[in-house]
Design a protein around this ligand. Structure first.
Ligand code: NOJ
Length: 752
């Protein structure tokens, strides 16, 4: 008994309390400390610097000793973390520990599927669990604060950062946001093996003009409240300890100094109690925007808008002392910001447990259960887009498999945020298939083509990654032919195409969503060989798959599935896992359809009689694959959609039920989705809106009834004419099914 307790204890982080510290005690301690602080020490707590990652940047310990810094980001070496922490705790006047932050976005040591992929699992429990595992690894080295979840709604797949969020929908996005916060933070701030969350990037970042990263967003009031803000609100409600404003201008005002966002919405409407950290260098950059006149003006405007901590730029450090002295910023305002930071450190238990146990790190990193979770997650995020003639699953008796494409044998499966573990190898598609089939099968790879960014990636530069030497014309030809020959000499072909990991993410926007380089030509040439061919997509955004779908019978969207990716993909391809993921974002037919999303308003009804039938004349107006879509190796049938009452008064709740049955031969998961539409009211409303979902495992032949509650919360929306929330009396359509085009339908009324 006793022994178990000791073992369990030694596996949990040092910096932790068995339960939350009472809030009154937190406040008393923070105020006691604040009373002893000089203005410089206070401003120090509001300053955060990068450590070690920016080339040529040297930071002397004196800055810590003098209390001029409250937090570092990017420290992942526990020995260094402890050393610097000793300087802060032992040698600074007030012994205030440092808070270490890091971008733990989709794993720390163990890299999990990227966030867009995790959203495709539609599995809240999995999302929470995986972020909890990431938090355990990060906290083991001293990182106690992650800059996540990223909850920006994105309806433009050209925008590179679409990979970091949950896709296009505010309802799904809100559920995913809350699950992530719970996963990172655990039951309370300071819980063992957990970290503080920082919901970002507040707000409208995903609406960047042209999908260009950092470009301006122009978002009308109703869209702001109904689409972009809900996931932030959900994260705040779930208790996110901190929040980060976005880089760009929102409606002409930089988010970093946007009082509408930071005061009206965040503090007044949502009563947010946590602290606000700027994005990297964005306080300084208020001048770059053409907004602040001077660095002093930048500090003043960010601080008075509500940014508590300056990430990276040290503008607060340089400018706040004078602003304080001149009375432009009051002591009360400064104290309020500092208090929020001190309270966060107290809640975390940093004062009692400032150091990590370095000897424990390897044990935490090596936990087999974490790798198993990564493999499971990699399979649960896969979306089966196409499976003509049941090409999939492939038989394990297959003798010769050709893995063709530039992503068949690379580490790109890791995805965009892997800074803590940038040199880790992923299980590649080839590795995974070899492992699955054993030594009797011949599994060979040929890249066929080479793909590269036209402009280099910031992260590659940072990590000193060497670009692959460009193939000369002769090699280009030879590699292409080798790939096609390999296809010819195989029993089945797995085409591993998509985007390299740094083609999605920050500063990774594209002007086109076509498969980069010559991949489409390779696909056509390989498909023409006529072998059973499966396309496995490795990518972090919707791509144009119109050509692919015309040539290849089976398509699996594997996303960037993480370090176990090849195993997860093999599990799916050979039927050990039955794909149950669904698209969290619409897949357009072409770049020209962007923006396209399922929850659009109908507006003018196309006249079906006289050439007004579609909105483009050169392409259908529908997407290639709709939001919520995904197939399985089994089939599901929906029936008996019903509402608990035909009508309800405003504010009232009804229950919607639907039966779902696995009508196929093998077990599988269906994501049951509920959509509604308000037929009339004080504004026109989207043709459909997701209002409930559940990923349901079903044995062959099993049938279950799934229930959803539909209350005022699900029906209300922000009305731009009334500048507020409304719930209209109206007739409502209800659909339930396996994607956003589901046909089972019923109605109910909301009366006055
Ligand atoms: C800039 C990114 O926009 C943000 O998401 C990230 O957290 C910070 N850099 C820190 O790395």
């Amino acid at each position: 008994m006793k022994l178990t307790a000791v073992v369990a204890l030694s596996l949990t982080a040092g910096a932790a309390f068995a339960q939350a510290i009472p809030e009154a005690q937190v406040r008393r301690r923070a105020e006691g400390l604040l009373a002893k602080m000089t203005p410089e020490e206070k401003i120090g707590q509001l300053s955060q610097m990068f450590y070690g990652i920016i080339p040529g940047m040297k930071i002397s310990d004196d800055i810590i000793r003098q209390g001029k810094i409250g937090s570092f980001l990017m420290i992942t070496d526990p020995v260094l973390a402890n050393r610097l922490q000793h300087v802060a705790v032992d040698e600074s006047r007030l012994h205030i520990p440092l808070l270490y932050g890091f971008d733990v976005i989709h794993g720390f040591h163990t890299i999990f599927p990227v966030p867009l992929a995790m959203a495709a699992s539609w599995d809240r429990e999995l999302i929470e669990r995986v972020q909890g595992l990431a938090a355990r690894e990060a906290s083991a080295v001293g990182v106690r604060w992650t800059f996540a979840p990223m909850v920006d709604i994105a309806r433009d797949p050209r925008w590179g950062r679409i990979v970091e969020g949950a896709g296009e929908d505010p309802y799904l996005g809100s559920k995913v946001a809350a699950a992530q916060v719970r996963g990172f933070q655990g039951p309370y701030d300071g819980a063992a093996d957990h970290v503080l969350a920082c919901v970002k990037h507040f707000a409208g970042y995903g609406a960047a003009d042209g999908g260009r990263d950092y470009d301006s967003s122009w978002v009308p009031e109703d869209r702001m409240w109904n689409v972009y803000l809900p996931p932030f609100h959900a994260a705040v409600e779930a208790g996110s300890a901190s929040l980060m404003p976005a880089y760009m201008d929102l409606n002409g005002i930089p988010a970093t100094a946007n009082t509408f966002l930071l005061r009206e919405v965040l503090r007044k409407a949502w009563k947010f109690q946590g602290f606000v950290v700027s994005d990297a260098f964005s306080v300084r950059d208020l001048q770059t925007h053409g907004f602040a006149a001077t660095p002093e003006d930048a500090a003043f405007r960010a601080f008075t808008a509500g940014v508590d901590m300056d990430m990276g730029s040290m503008t607060y450090s340089k400018q706040l002392p004078a602003l304080l002295q001149s009375g432009k910023i009051s002591k009360t305002e400064l104290d309020a910001a500092v208090l929020r930071l001190l309270e966060a450190k107290i809640r975390l238990g940093l004062f009692e447990h400032p150091y990590v146990d370095v000897s424990r790190v390897a044990t935490v990193f090596d936990m087999a259960s974490t790798r198993e979770a990564a493999r499971e997650a990699g399979a649960r995020v896969a979306v089966l887009l196409r499976n003509e003639g049941n090409v999939l699953p492939l038989a394990k008796s297959i003798q010769r498999v050709a893995v063709i494409g530039p992503l068949g044998n690379t580490d790109d499966l890791l995805g965009s945020w892997t800074l803590a573990n940038a040199h880790e190898h992923a299980v590649t598609v080839v590795d995974g298939i070899r492992e699955k089939l054993g030594s009797n099968a011949r599994v060979e790879a040929a890249p066929g083509v080479q793909i590269a960014r036209r402009y280099p990636s910031f992260f590659d530069m940072l990590l000193g990654a060497k670009p692959e030497p460009k193939w000369d014309a002769e090699r280009v030809k030879a590699e292409f032919s080798r790939a096609v020959d390999l296809a010819r000499n195989s029993d089945a072909v797995v085409l591993a195409l998509g985007e390299k990991q740094q083609m999605s993410g920050e500063a990774a926007s594209r002007s086109s969503i076509d498969l980069p380089g010559e991949q489409e030509q390779l696909l056509e040439a390989v498909a023409a060989v006529g072998k059973p061919t499966v396309l496995v997509l490795i990518n972090g955004r919707p791509l144009n798959l119109t050509g692919a779908a015309a040539h290849v019978p089976a398509i699996v969207e594997a996303w960037y599935p993480g370090v176990e990716g090849g195993n997860s993909i093999a599990d799916v391809l050979f039927g050990d896992a039955n794909p149950g993921g669904k698209l969290p974002v619409t897949f357009p037919r072409s770049t020209g359809q962007i923006p396209i999303y399922y929850a659009h308003n109908l507006t003018h009804q196309p006249d079906t009689s006289a050439g007004f039938t579609s909105r483009y004349w050169d392409e259908p107006s529908s997407p290639l694959y709709p939001f919520g879509y995904g197939l399985s190796y089994t089939q599901f049938a929906f029936s008996n959609l019903r509402v608990s009452a035909p009508s309800v008064a405003r504010g009232g709740k009804i229950t919607v039920s639907v039966d779902v049955e696995n009508t196929g031969q093998r077990a599988g998961d269906e994501v049951v989705q509920l959509y509604i539409h308000q037929r009339s009211g004080s504004a026109s409303r989207p043709v459909r809106e997701l209002k409930g979902f559940e990923r349901v495992p079903l044995a062959a032949g099993q049938k279950r009834t799934i229930e959803f509650a539909l209350g005022a919360e699900e029906r209300r929306y922000w009305n731009s004419a009334k500048h507020g929330w409304v719930e209209d009396a109206s007739k409502f359509d209800v659909w339930a099914g396996g994607d956003s085009t589901a046909s089972p339908h019923t109605t109910f009324d909301v009366s006055e």
